[in-house]
Design a protein around this ligand. Structure first.
Ligand code: NAD
Length: 511
């Protein structure tokens, strides 16, 4: 039976059969052991994927090096046209790819489709960008001299992605890298490798149709490739999305060889609920932020910092909203909360709740694993709300699961200090109708995060803005604004069109 059309979607995406070790997509050389991808939705085996051996990795890199020599010479607007065609293909495959994302990762079908829409949007953004890779011109201090800067492609970009956005994070990086004249080698999460193969299959048709080398888009699979990428001097930029723990290691390893990194690491995002807020808006922002994608977004809401005067009311409203949450198969649009990615994630959810209790926290609602028919994968949990204090060790950490910590404040300054009082600095938000509070929150003495919202939750972002965060979130920026610059190298050029050779700073060197 194919109740939710998943088998049909797999066929459409060129993932031909279960146990099909050859389903490894474009420019992917994989002769290593098989990894099995199980769906957290029902625990079933979706397919097995062969991993890349060190030799396979070398083959992919050699193809990428060759492809870069060709691709960097394609004019940027023409590169944009190739990306435009990729967007067209993604539009065609939005439905099956969204279904696969939902089935392999466990997020709701709407969010799976939303993720593919985000890929399409970043392609469109990149197409426009391909005509706007601007450098500045400067006035030289020397006569008859012209000075300007230009941006050149970097080379091979290594993309290492997390399981929770198995396709969008790749597209944020790959589509920008492509218009910038780079090629890439992608190492997806081993928890969602089939999504990566599906993307490669989609890209392949565009490259083939345009007689472009397949090495423009490389894929390597399996954990052994991580260190190969980190240490590879042929990769000037590693864009890493994942946990702070792994990101710290990637950062050091790549820096050791003077490579660059874009680090998109963990968050610990809070919403400040002011006494001047609109409670119905808070409700949607906080509940979707905390339980959407089962709390497995880097921007998921983990803490609610509530003004003491509206604390009891907010807790009551949240409790009744949580009581109405439907937990179950994410492909069924009646459900609000799908599964966690695997049983290890369920363990860390349960452990975090125990730790919070041991540190003095009180469970308001939820917790525990959901049992029974439809929950056989063992990955469904009851979203949990806990009254806690900001300094608890467990509150200071990111637990990638639907746990929401509640805390009280009395002054706005105190609320901002609590919001900033964690090691991570990704997303933050205030719900208030007070102009003074919102401006303070957005000012230089307000939120210290890369994203600061007013009357919008912490979760999710539009591709037009630069995405990323400070402190242990890693400092990287991806997607919109001028994030493209990280994928290029800047060159300053000075041209003397006179007949003398004056030196800068008036230095004389007479011969
Ligand atoms: P993870 O750190 O376990 O894995 C991320 C990737 O790193 C995977 O592809 C994994 O195979 C790879 N990896 C493992 N060891 C490595 C090594 N030694 N060198 C290089 N790569 C290695 O993270 P996850 O569980 O897949 O994802 C969840 C985490 O990602 C959360 O912390 C979440 O906040 C973060 N995340 C951040 C953003 C962001 O934009 N800031 C977006 C999505 C996810």
């Amino acid at each position: 039976t194919d109740t939710f059309g998943v088998q049909k979607a797999l066929t459409q995406l060129g993932i031909t059969a279960i146990n099909d070790g050859t389903s490894t997509g474009l420019n992917s050389f994989a002769n290593g052991e098989l990894i099995s991808s199980y769906s957290p939705v029902d625990g079933s085996l979706i397919a097995q994927v062969k991993t890349s051996t060190p030799d396979d990795y070398q083959t992919v890199m050699a193809k990428a090096e060759e492809a870069f020599k060709v691709w960097r010479l394609v004019p940027a607007p023409k590169r944009g046209d190739i990306v435009r065609q990729m967007a067209e293909e993604l539009r065609k495959f939005k439905e099956p790819l969204g279904q696969l994302v939902s089935f392999e990762m466990g997020k709701s079908l709407q969010e799976g489709l939303g993720e593919v829409q985000e890929m399409i949007d970043i392609c469109d953004f990149a197409v426009g960008l391909s005509r706007q890779l601007y450098g500045l011109t400067m006035h030289s201090e020397r006569p008859l001299h012209r000075m300007y800067e230009q941006w050149h492609p970097l080379g091979i970009v290594g993309i290492i992605s997390a399981f929770n956005f198995p396709v969008a994070v790749w597209s944020w990086n790959s589509m920008l890298a492509l218009v910038c004249g780079d090629v890439y080698v992608w190492k997806p999460s081993s928890k969602a490798p089939i999504c990566a193969i599906a993307c490669q299959n989609i890209i392949k048709t565009v490259l083939e149709r345009n007689n472009l080398p397949e090495g423009i888009s490389g894929l390597v699979t399996g954990e052994a490739c991580n260190e190969l990428l980190n240490n590879d001097k042929r990769i000037p930029l590693v864009s890493f999305t994942g946990s702070t723990r792994v990101g710290r290691h990637v950062s050091k390893t790549v820096a050791e060889r003077f490579g660059k990194t874009i680090l998109e690491l963990g968050g610990n995002n809070a919403i400040i609920v002011s006494e001047h807020s609109d409670i119905s808006m808070v409700l949607v922002g906080a509940v979707f932020g905390a339980v959407g994608t089962a709390g497995q977004r880097c921007t998921s809401t983990r803490r609610l910092i509530i003004h003491e005067s509206v604390y009891d009311k907010t807790v009551a409203v949240l409790k009744s909203a949580y009581a109405q949450l439907k937990i179950g198969n994410p492909l069924d649009s009646n459900n609000h909360v799908g599964p966690l990615i695997d049983k290890m994630a369920v363990e860390s959810f349960l452990n975090a709740i125990e730790k919070a209790k041991a540190e003095g926290g009180t469970v308001v609602t939820g917790g525990g694993v959901v049992q029974g028919e439809g929950y056989e994968s063992g990955c469904y949990v009851n979203p949990c709300i806990i009254e806690a204090e900001n300094h608890y060790t467990v509150v200071q950490e990111e637990t990638f699961a639907p746990i929401l910590y509640l805390m009280k404040y009395s002054t706005i300054e105190e609320a901002i200090a609590l919001q900033n009082g964690v090691p991570q600095g990704l997303s933050s938000s205030i719900f208030t109708n007070s102009m003074r509070e919102m401006e303070l929150f957005l000012s230089q003495s307000g939120s210290d995060c890369g994203i600061a919202n007013v009357n919008i939750g912490t979760s999710g972002a539009e591709i037009g803005g630069a995405f990323g965060g400070e402190k242990e979130t890693g400092g990287g920026r991806e997607s919109g604004s001028d994030a493209w610059r990280a994928y290029m190298r800047r060159q300053t050029n000075t041209i003397n069109y006179g007949t003398q050779l004056p030196l800068a700073q008036g230095i004389r060197f007479d011969l």
